[in-house]
Design a protein around this ligand. Structure first.
Ligand code: ARG
Length: 268
């Protein structure tokens, strides 16, 4: 069965004010510094790659003092033309939620407020008709119920157990409506069992792939844009019929983010 790409609408935030100035995940080391100019180059390459694939990319104005705002995936969750606002765990990122909600509202999308902590598409991933929802580090289980109520879609809770894979999108990538790639070691045993039942043909990543944020990939159903160092995962995806495109995200990885973190899918 040939894999088909569907055109997507992505919201991205230029890393104008990108920096690693605090530590809210194990990837971040403020003392080690980063190169914001290189981050901008890598981000522009990623944006260009998505445009070359025929996708629409819109941009939200970056806000000074919000260095992680480049990670647009966390800004909200948008399904069926309806947005559920984000609510960040950490004070350092809290103000991003209002900025993203304002952009979505001006784009004509109704935005529902969130009561529980949810870090947008970092933890809420649409796979076919179902929302896969991460818990354990950032998004609270109460937010899973909110998402189910908001979108009228079944939400499947998956428990993350490794602090390096603090968001679901660092441990699992939705490849298409009925397939995913994931790192079993990042999940509780019960959650791995759920994933095995739901996705018998899943691509299983190994720790080396995940350690270069390989699972933080953007798929349109056929093309998978992933960090270039995830060579093992790329080979497995290629063998399964996907077209993989490697991008260098070394600077963004210093904040714990990759290609997927930089894109928020705006689903009509
Ligand atoms: N420094 C950010 C944080 O820890 C990285 C967010 C990455 N985004 C994602 N969707 N995984 O919150």
């Amino acid at each position: 069965m040939p894999l088909t790409a569907t055109p997507r609408r992505y919201l991205m935030c230029r890393p104008t004010f990108f920096d690693v100035s605090y530590r809210i995940n194990p990837w971040m080391d403020p003392a080690a510094g980063c190169d914001p100019k290189l981050a901008l180059k890598q981000w522009e390459r990623l944006r260009g790659t998505l445009l070359d694939l025929g996708h629409t990319v819109e941009e939200i104005e970056p806000v000074e003092g919000l260095p992680d705002m480049v990670f647009a995936a966390n800004g909200a969750t948008v399904i069926d033309g309806l947005a559920l606002a984000a609510r960040f765990r950490d004070a350092e990122r809290a103000d991003e939620a209002a900025a993203y909600a304002a952009w979505l509202e001006q784009a004509g999308l109704p935005v529902l407020p969130a009561a529980a902590v949810n870090e947008g598409e970092g933890d809420l991933l649409l796979a076919g008709d179902v929302i896969l929802a991460g818990a354990g580090f950032r998004t609270e289980p109460a937010a899973h119920a909110e998402a189910q109520e908001a979108f009228g879609r079944q939400v499947v809770t998956l428990r993350l157990v490794d602090p390096r894979y603090y968001h679901l999108d660092t441990a699992l990538c939705v490849l298409g409506p009925d397939n995913v790639a994931y790192l079993p070691q990042a999940f509780s045993p019960g959650s791995v069992a759920v994933l095995r039942r739901m996705f018998p043909d899943a691509i299983v990543a190994d720790p080396a792939d995940a350690a270069v944020l390989g699972l933080n990939a953007v798929s349109d159903g056929r093309h998978v844009v992933l960090p270039e160092h995830a060579v093992g995962l790329a080979a497995r995806l290629d063998a399964a019929g996907y077209d993989t495109i490697g991008v260098d995200v070394s600077e963004l990885a210093k904040a714990g983010g990759g290609p997927k973190c930089c894109t928020l899918e705006v689903r009509g």
